[in-house]
Write a protein that binds this ligand. Sequence first.
Ligand code: C2E
Ligand code: MG
Ligand code: MG
Ligand code: MG
Length: 282
Amino acid sequence: EAKAKGRNTFHFYSQELDAAANERLYIENELRQAIKEGQFSLRYQPQIDSTTEQVVGYEALVRWYHPEKGFIAPTKFIPIAEATGMIVELGAWVLREACQFSARLRRSGRAADISVNLSARQFKDVELIEHIATTLKETGLSPQMLHLELTESMLMGDVEAAIEQLLEMKKLGVSLSIDDFGTGYSSLSYLKRFPVDVLKVDRSFVKDIPEDSNDMEITAAIIAMAQKLSMKVIAEGVETEEQVAFLQRNNCFIVQGYYYSAPLTEHEILLQSQHPDIGQAK
Ligand code: C2E
Ligand code: MG
Ligand code: MG
Ligand code: MG
């Protein structure tokens, strides 16, 4: 049989494949259990207006602490959750939890927007619009405080269908962002047709500023283009003061990254706003 033959011919290669396949299978099985048992939690990374150093929003990021394996990174399990469809249930949980968090912050007088990552599977789900509407209603969050993050690749397949879905989302009153902008293939002629409010400049362009002059050119160009299209810009993965200064000189004032803060628990955020000097990166 082909598989057995391959195993003899490419022994080591095949062993590696088996290990990868086993890990995938393991995560897949454990994910099912994790969803049932609620092993997930959220962290919230502040989005800062660098001119005032005020928090203007938070991005919700899912965390999985497995009872035996410990921390498993979202980059490892989100693609598997996506491929198996489990992301729909997990994503629904994330959305509700994030909306409740933002609604709680608002009630405590610390109103801030909340951004939630959507996966391709969720975006294509015929029940997405109704689901968002229900979640907003049940959590009492004002739609304009919710930002949904999509990626270019999710929009570029069936462009007309994507635009239609985006318009339906906009009708709910929520704000839309393109995440990791510049890493996917997207046609600039389509970009202006997408009813999107925010472009998030991917960390890969920001991380080597100021050493890499190409990255500086690209980042400046993305910011200028967003402004021409009347979109807001958020820079991701900002880690240094030089990066903040460069972004400011190029008219990007909202930033997210370790320079200001790593993703935090709700508890840390509540403590921080009682003592604003605690937990600052600088
Ligand atoms: P993303 O949406 O682009 O999120 C930003 C990622 O960059 C987060 O990684 C965040 O912790 C990390 N980050 C933020 N600031 C810095 C920095 O200054 N330096 C560095 N090196 N990294 C920084 P995380 O939490 O591991 O998430 C990775 C990706 O997993 C996310 O990328 C997003 O695509 C996906 N993801 C996370 N949570 C969810 C979720 O609830 N649903 C979906 N569908 N995807 C999620
Ligand atoms: Mg994101
Ligand atoms: Mg991103
Ligand atoms: Mg990114």
